[in-house]
Design a protein around this ligand. Structure first.
Ligand code: MN
Length: 209
C-alpha cells in the first residue's frame, strides 16, 4: 500500500501564537512528507516478493518491526516511525483545545498515578527538556496498563515497545528552532497551550480497552 501525507485537521496558522505558521508548514510539507516518501521507497524495493506484512498501515509495521525484511527494517523504523509519530502529533493538537478537567478519565488516572496534574506536567516537561539530541517525549499506557513517561531517540515509536501513545511531543530542533531557537523549554510550554485533552482522553480510553 502507498502511504500518504495526511492533511492537518486545522490550518497552518491556526496554532499561532503558540506554534508558528512557518514551522508548521515546513514541518508538515517537508519533514513529514519526506518520512512518507522514504517509507514508500523502502517498501517499493520489496514489491517483487509477496510480503503481506508490508501491505499494512504504518502502525502495524511498527508493532511488528521484527517481521519486516532485514534490509529495510531500519528504514521502516526511522521513516515509518517518523510518519506515525507526526500523524499522531498533529492530531493531538487543536486551535481550541479541551482543557484538562476532572470530567476526563485520563485526568483521573494522571492524578491517581502522579499525585497531581501539576506534578505530572512537570515530570513530562522535564523529561522532554532533558532528552539529549533528537527524539520524542511520550506519555504511554504500557503493557501493564499503567501510565508511563519516557523519551525515545530519533523517530522511534512507542508502538515498537508494545506501548500505546497517549501524548507525544516532537523535541527535534526542526519542531521549534525557527521560533524558539535553542530554548526547548519555551516550546514545551507552548505545546501545553495547544494540546487537546479531548483527544488525549480518546487515546487513553482506546488504550485501556
Ligand atoms: Mn518532527
Amino acid at each position: 500500500m502507498e502511504h500518504t501525507l495526511p492533511p492537518l485537521p486545522y490550518e497552518y496558522d491556526e496554532l499561532e501564537p503558540h506554534i508558528d505558521k512557518q514551522t508548521m508548514m515546513i514541518h508538515h510539507t517537508k519533514h513529514h512528507q519526506t518520512y512518507v516518501d522514504k517509507l514508500n521507497a523502502a517498501i517499493k524495493t520489496h514489491t517483487h516478493c509477496s510480503h503481506d506484512i508490508l501491505d499494512q498501515p504504518v502502525e502495524q509495521l511498527l508493532r511488528h518491526l521484527h517481521d519486516i525484511p532485514d534490509d529495510i527494517q531500519n528504514a521502516v523504523r526511522n521513516h515509518g516511525g517518523g510518519h506515525a509519530n507526526h500523524t499522531f502529533f498533529w492530531n493531538s493538537m487543536s486551535p481550541s483545545p479541551k482543557q484538562p478537567d476532572e470530567s476526563l478519565a485520563v485526568i483521573k488516572a494522571i492524578k491517581s498515578q502522579y499525585g497531581s496534574f501539576d506534578d505530572f506536567q512537570r515530570s513530562f516537561s522535564d523529561a522532554a527538556a532533558a532528552h539529549f539530541g533528537s527524539g520524542w517525549a511520550w506519555l504511554v499506557v504500557n503493557k501493564e496498563k499503567q501510565l508511563h513517561i519516557y523519551t525515545t531517540d530519533n523517530q522511534d515509536s512507542p508502538l515498537m515497545h508494545g506501548n500505546k501513545p497517549i501524548i507525544g511531543l516532537d523535541v527535534w530542533e526542526h519542531a521549534y528552532y525557527l521560533k524558539h531557537q535553542n530554548k526547548r523549554p519555551a516550546y514545551i510550554e507552548s505545546f501545553w497551550n495547544v494540546l487537546d485533552w479531548e483527544k488525549v482522553n480518546t487515546h487513553f480510553q482506546n488504550a485501556m480497552r
